[in-house]
Design a protein around this ligand. Structure first.
Ligand SMILES: [Zn+2]
Length: 462
């Protein structure tokens, strides 16, 4: 894109020839010099009868002499859809058919409604066309691009294209003057468009939440090399770069660094072209931040159901109901149905979202232990889950953990037991290892231990 060049282009007073409205200079966004050859061009005056919803369209032949034109476009057809007198908006479909007698084709097809002293204006212009409107510079006419789905917006011979136009007609003045220009790519360094913005997944209202964004950058001059997102309210960064993916797609994994709350956020996507650094394309998109859903707990084996595992097979020890030489057991001993060592190396899963607060070999009767702190998941307050006798530990203190994440494997504590998982749930955030038995039946152990299976069943929402 070479928009800088546009700034210096002498913009012509085209319609001063025609309508005498020299106070409002009608401007073309590029290739405005009559001396530059155009491939296909047409200039028309439209007049609509709102009572019959019919339109008359007349070529403005007297203007043609001022342009170098290879061929002229045939007069387009107009379908009048509606006239809204309260908003003074005329809604029409304009269909162009390239049946010029020389059989030439053009690119970069644009319909331009000229500004005049009536105040006619194209309301639904393509948004990027505003890029030509330079602050403090001469006013230009935003335009409607045709053939957007065609490479280089080529208007082939015999091709037909239709666009919907919403035109402001102050005072119900329907005499609208417009041009359609289809020329060679080289005559108009025009940006194309950013389109197809997509937010791949929900972006939650918590710090560090992520979602993948993608966008299509349709750049028929193929010189866009940088695409950036401007959404500091969420990212905490002034600009965040997209990464080129493939074809016309660019991607960005947005991070909610600002813990932005639930809401709709306006963001700008801008593309710049090689070398110039000038903004070539931009688009305003909406990014949705949504509430992180409450998620509860699941079981630490065969997450979330514990299907195929037993709480009774390993030595028959159960929470508070089995007297053994050490007293009442304060955890769950999970083993695969069938017993013995048939579960050695089976995955152990985090029962809920959280962060690792302990992960090391305590030796003795404990072996490798992982503890995960869960902050108010499913409105539970802070809880700590506790996984012992592991063979492998896949996590470290400080790691954020997602419910159902594999954190290690079932083990035998250096050969001390048949393989099983000793599992506890504790109120609070203790990282004391402590005892796993009490001499008498209790509802809460000395380190805040509560009945693990009852807790998970009460908060089961994996
Ligand atoms: Zn145990």
């Amino acid at each position: 894109m070479h928009l800088k060049n546009l700034y210096g282009i002498a913009i012509i007073t085209l319609l001063s020839f025609i309508c005498g409205c020299s106070s409002q200079i009608p401007l073309l966004p590029c290739n405005s010099e009559p001396s530059i050859s155009r491939t296909l061009l047409g200039l028309w005056a439209l007049d609509v009868n709102p009572n019959s919803m019919s339109a008359r369209i007349e070529p403005m032949r007297e203007a043609f002499a001022h342009f170098k034109v290879t061929s002229y476009l045939p007069t387009p057809s107009i379908k009048v859809n509606s006239w809204d007198s309260s908003t003074e908006t005329l809604d029409v479909d304009v269909t162009i058919v390239n049946e010029n007698y020389l059989h030439v084709y053009g690119y970069d097809v644009r319909l331009i409604i000229y500004s005049d002293n009536i105040g006619h204006k194209l309301i639904n212009a393509d948004d990027y066309t505003g890029l030509f409107d330079i602050a403090g510079g001469a006013e230009i006419n935003p335009f409607k691009a045709y053939a957007k789905g065609v490479a280089n917006r080529k208007l082939a011979w015999k091709a037909s294209q239709t666009e919907n136009l919403q035109i402001k007609c102050p005072g119900a003045n329907f005499q609208v003057k417009f041009a359609i220009d289809a020329s060679y790519p080289s005559n108009c360094a025009e940006p194309y468009m950013i389109d197809g913005f997509n937010q791949g997944s929900e972006l939650y209202d918590v710090e560090g939440a992520t979602s993948e964004l993608s966008v299509k950058v349709l750049d028929w001059q193929n010189d866009v090399d940088t695409v950036k997102l401007l959404c500091p309210q969420i990212t905490g960064e002034s600009e965040t770069p997209f990464i080129f993916d493939s074809g016309t797609f660019w991607k960005l994994n947005i991070v909610n660094n600002s813990a932005a709350p639930v809401g709709l956020y306006d963001a700008i996507i801008k593309a710049t072209s090689s070398g110039s650094g000038t903004t070539a394309l931009f688009d305003v998109v909406t990014i949705v931040v949504s509430e992180k859903p409450l998620r509860g707990f699941g079981f630490p084996v065969a997450y979330p159901t514990a299907s195929g595992y037993s709480l009774t097979e390993y030595d028959g020890r159960k929470w508070m109901d089995y007297l053994n030489p050490y007293g009442y057991h304060l955890g769950d001993d999970w083993t695969k149905i069938g017993g013995g060592d048939n579960d050695c190396g089976d995955p152990v899963y985090a029962v809920g979202d959280g962060v690792v607060t302990y992960a090391q070999d305590y030796l003795g009767v404990w072996g490798n232990i992982v503890m995960i702190k869960h902050d108010n998941i499913d409105n539970t307050g802070t809880m700590t889950s506790y996984y012992a006798h592991l063979t492998e530990m896949y996590v470290q203190v400080g790691d954020p953990i997602t419910a159902g994440q594999v954190i290690g494997t079932i083990g035998d504590n250096h050969g001390h037991y048949y393989c099983h998982l000793h599992f506890e749930i504790r109120n609070g955030n203790s990282t004391q290892v402590g005892v796993a038995f009490t001499p008498t039946i209790v509802t809460e152990g000395p380190y805040g231990q509560i009945d693990p299976s009852k807790f998970i069943n009460d908060h089961y929402n994996p």
